[in-house]
Design a protein around this ligand. Sequence first.
Ligand SMILES: Cc1cc2nc3c(=O)[nH]c(=O)nc-3n(C[C@H](O)[C@H](O)[C@H](O)COP(=O)(O)OP(=O)(O)OC[C@H]3O[C@@H](n4cnc5c(N)ncnc54)[C@H](O)[C@@H]3O)c2cc1C
Length: 428
Amino acid sequence: MSVQYQIIGGGLIGLATAYALLESGAESVRIIEAREGVALETSFANAGMLHVSLAEPWNRPGIGGELLGSLFHKNTSLKLRATGLVGLMGWGRQFLKHSTPDAYWQATQLNTQLAIYALQKNMQWRENLSIDDGYEGDGLLKIYRSDESFARAQESVSRLREFGANIEICNAKETVLKEAALKPISESIAGALYYPDDYKADAYVFCKALEAEILSQKNEILYNRRVENFVFSGDRVCGVETHAGILRADTTIIAAGAYSYKLLAKLGLPLPIRPVKGYSLSFSTDELARKHTAVVPHIPVVDDSLHAAITPLPNCIRVAGIAELAGFNPKMGPTRLAPLLGMLDNVYPDLAKKLTSAPMKAWHGFRPVSADGRPFIGESKIQGLAINTGHAHMGWTFSAGAGALLADVLLGKKPMIDQVGFAASRVW
Ligand SMILES: Cc1cc2nc3c(=O)[nH]c(=O)nc-3n(C[C@H](O)[C@H](O)[C@H](O)COP(=O)(O)OP(=O)(O)OC[C@H]3O[C@@H](n4cnc5c(N)ncnc54)[C@H](O)[C@@H]3O)c2cc1C
C-alpha cells in the first residue's frame, strides 16, 4: 500500500515530523524504524532539557585547538579519538571552516529562533495530547566557576537577547536562590546565566505518547525494518527497499538521526553530518525521596565548560554530556563515564555520595552533528525525498518545531519561522 508520507526513523525527529504532518492535514503517514521500538537510539535517555540556552553550535571559534589537544588527554568531556580521524576527514574540515565568528553567530541566531518556536510547539502538543512526561518549567541555570568565563558569557548576553533569548544574569547568591541544592558549592560559583523559559521533560515518554497518537489515527509504524535503499520512478524517489520488501510513498523523509548521512550517500548526496557520541547516567531517586536525606535539585544545571548537565527528572537524576568524536563506537567503559561522575561530585558533592550508591543506568547515544551547526530541514534536490536531521545536542528541543517546519514546507503552508537557513540547498 502506498502512503502519502513515509518517514525513515522513529526517534524524536521522525515521530515529531509524523505528528506535525497529521496535525497539518496529511492523509496518511508511515514510520519505518530499524529497532524493535521507537526512540531506542539517541532519543532514549538524553539530558531531558528543552533549552534556548544551548543554541550555540559546538564549532565555536577556537574549537580546532581544543579538539587537537583532546587527542592527548584522557577523561576530557570533548574528545577526539585517533580511531575516528579517518571517518571525520571531510566533515572535520567543514566543521573547522564554519568555526568563524560570523558562521557561529549566524547558526546561533537561527538555532535560537527555531528553539523558541519549538518550545512553544512542544508545549502545545503536551497540552493537546495530555502528555505526562515529567514536564517542569522552572528554567535552567548555566553556571560558571571563574570570573573570566563568567565575564565571557556575559559578553554574549545582549546579542542572545537580540535573537529572542530570555536571560537573567545571577551572582552566586542569586544562583543559590534559584537552586538551593547548589548551596554547598556557592563559594566556587562566579555566577550563572538563568534561562527562565527553558524547561525539562522526559524525551522517551514524549516519544511514546506521539507513537500512541500516530497509531490511534490509523497510521502505520513498522518496527524491525531497516531501510536499505531507495526505489525510483524516473527521477523521483517513490519508495524504499527493506529486507521485507518495498514500501511506497508519495514522499519519503529521512529522519534517521546520525545514520541519515549513510542513507543519503546511497543516493550520491553527501550530507555533512557525523555522530558525536554522548553518555548519560540516570541515578534512581526513589530512595532519596523516601529518606528525605538531601536537598534534591529541581532545575537543570549546565556546566558549559564540561559539555555536561544535571537534570532532575521524575524518579531519577540524570547526568549527561561528553562529546566524543569516534564514529559509531559502542564502547561504554568506566574511563568514558568518569567525567560525568566527576561533574556530579563537582556540582552536588553531598548528593553525589548518596546517589552513587543508588541504582544507576548508563547509556550512550550518537548526536547527529552537522558541520555548520544547524539542522537540515526541508526538501532534498531529489523529487519525492525530504530530510529532517542534524539536530545535534538540540534534538529534543527542536523536535516539535522541526517537525512543524517541515510539515509546513511539504504541505505548501507558510512556515511560522524562516526555513531558508535550514534548507539542504546550502550544501547541494
Ligand atoms: C548524552 C546526550 C544528551 C542530550 N541531551 C539533550 C537535551 O537535553 N536536549 C536536547 O534538545 N537534545 C539533547 N540531546 C540530543 C537529542 O537527544 C538528539 O538530537 C535527538 O535524540 C536526535 O533525534 P533523531 O530522531 O534525529 O535521532 P534518533 O533518536 O537516533 O532516531 C533515529 C532513528 O532512526 C532509526 N534508523 C536509523 N537508520 C535506519 C534505517 N536505515 N532504517 C530504519 N530506521 C533507521 C534508528 O533506529 C533511530 O531510532 C542529547 C543527546 C545526547 C547523546
